[in-house]
Design a protein around this ligand. Structure first.
Ligand code: GLY
Ligand code: MN
Ligand code: MN
Length: 501
């Protein structure tokens, strides 16, 4: 370190040769050859084979992404890009800056090469001096051999990536998942621009479109889950049920402490972090009128006796698969008459939506079935405008008045991302047929804001959503979250049992 650098640094690290030699010596040998093959490895290989078949002869670049600064020298917890996680099988916080390259090989197919930053030797500055990557600071990373054994692919040092990705750039098609790592994408754009024969904007737009096509393919291919993924989803749902029960047990504490929504968030988060990687999205802990704000994640409110609390939360397990479940609970253990009326309507809509989850039905049929029940109740309660009946409000062009009270859709695909497969086109999502292995949410709701003058006074300030995670099976569906009570009577019994009333 120069004298100038030394002055500019308020922390200094010893770097004399004597210290370097001292810190590098007398460590037990590393345990080599002990890493076992991961159970996800064969599934990830199958996924890569599908990608390989779709893009023959092209180099495909799927970055994990890099660390993001939170402030100064502190980073956010790393989460790999979902496409990278899916194609490698790596989850949790693995591996910042890594890049999966599917390299076309002569004779067809691709070789999977994972470039990453392997464990550094104890004789390096990184070992003790690098607070972002060093073993002293963030723990030991795997070696190249470890990752090869774990994942069954070729592992190479990240320092070799730049040359490897640029090799034969003029002769080979190269695509990258653009949103995973902006710096790396900009570098590759330059490489590709340099070898282009013209620098017309249309060529760079065509390249970006080719990249988008890869990203869309990788997003859509996650729609039908393999058996390993379904198992991960079961784990996520079961872990989420544990978190919900812990919240129910602690509701009296949430009431007593004030700012109870934060207490609920913390209790669920504790279990999410304990059992899995964390929460799959920021928990919505919405008591009273806050339930009418669809993505209420501030969670600053009190939890009051007599109110409902809408808890929309999911545990993300280490593989990054997440549940997404909502239950709306009466804080005092029993629904009031008005709360039950709204709750039972939403429950009927949820049952109708769930019944539509079966192969051959379209994805949008689930929403259509649920929203019809919502519309019927709103009509029966006299809330739709004068002269607008159920069919009229369901008309997609001229109706939709019911959306004042349920503006969101009933379902989305669920998996590594809470809103999974988000790059799919309408024809592959909304208008597509449901197939065995898909997992989607069914989550109708009714939201009557406290200041909604169209709603009878006793219903104002009541917001209800019921959300389940549903697997499409060969002959229908399986509600993965069926173990968590859903009807108003079952929810009351659940609270009584957990709180041992
Ligand atoms: N938790 C967000 C959603 O239900 O889609
Ligand atoms: Mn949700
Ligand atoms: Mn959802």
């Amino acid at each position: 370190m120069s004298e100038e650098q030394h002055k500019a640094e308020h922390r200094s690290r010893p770097d004399s040769p004597a210290f370097r030699a001292f810190v590098a010596a007398d460590w037990a040998p590393r345990r080599a050859g002990t890493t076992e093959s991961s159970p996800v490895a064969p599934y990830a290989a199958q996924r890569r084979a599908a990608v390989s078949a779709a893009f023959p002869g092209e180099r495909l670049v799927v970055p994990a992404g890099g660390l993001k600064v939170r402030s100064n020298d502190c980073d956010y917890v790393f989460r790999p890009h979902s496409a990278f996680a899916h194609l490698t099988g790596l989850g949790a916080d693995r591996e910042p800056d890594a890049v999966l390259v599917l390299e076309p090989v002569d004779g067809g197919g691709h070789e999977a090469v994972l470039f990453f930053r392997p464990l550094a030797g104890r004789d390096t500055e990184e070992f003790f001096g690098d607070s972002r990557y060093g073993e002293f600071w963030v723990g030991a990373r795997p070696s190249l051999a470890d990752v090869e054994a774990e994942l069954g692919l070729t592992a190479r040092h990240i320092d070799e990536f730049k040359d490897a990705v640029a090799k034969d750039a003029g002769h080979i098609g190269i695509r990258i998942v653009r949103d995973a790592d902006r710096d790396l994408t900009a570098d590759l754009d330059e490489v590709r621009a340099d070898v282009r024969e013209t620098d017309e904007a249309s060529e760079s737009a065509a390249q970006a479109e080719a990249d988008e096509e890869l990203a869309r393919f990788l997003s859509v291919m996650r729609m039908v889950k393999d058996e390993w993924e379904v198992e991960e989803m079961r784990k996520a749902v079961n872990a989420t049920a544990v978190g919900f029960e812990a919240v129910i047990a602690d509701l009296p504490e949430a009431v007593a402490r004030g700012r109870g929504e934060r207490w609920v968030e913390g209790v669920f988060g504790l279990h999410a972090r304990h059992q899995g990687n964390g929460v799959g999205y920021d928990s919505i802990c919405a008591s009273g009128d806050h339930a009418n704000t669809l993505h209420w994640i501030k969670n600053t409110g009190d939890v009051k006796e007599g109110d409902l609390i809408l808890l929309d939360a999911g545990v993300e397990v280490d593989s990054l698969f997440t549940a997404d479940i909502t239950r709306t609970l009466p804080v005092s253990g029993e629904f009031s008459e008005a709360q039950r009326k709204v709750y039972d309507a939403v429950h009927a809509a949820a049952d109708a939506g769930m019944a539509a989850v079966k192969p051959g039905n379209k994805f949008s049929d689930v929403h259509d079935a649920a929203i019809r029940v919502i519309a019927e109740h709103l009509h029966e309660w006299g809330l739709l405008p004068e002269g607008v009946d159920v069919e009229a409000t369901l008309d997609k062009e001229t109706g939709q008045y019911h959306r004042r009270w349920m503006v969101h859709g009933t379902s989305h695909h669920l998996g590594i991302d809470v809103h999974d497969c988000a790059l799919a086109l309408r024809e592959d999502y909304m208008d597509a047929e449901l197939k065995p292995g898909m997992i989607l949410t069914v989550e109708p709701g009714l939201y009557f804001k406290a200041d909604d003058l169209l709603v009878p006074e006793e219903m104002r300030g009541i917001g209800v959503r019921i959300e389940d995670d549903v697997l499409v099976t060969e002959d229908g569906h399986e509600n993965l979250s069926a173990g968590m009570p859903r009807s108003s009577a079952e929810v009351e019994a659940w609270i009584a049992r957990v709180q041992q009333r």
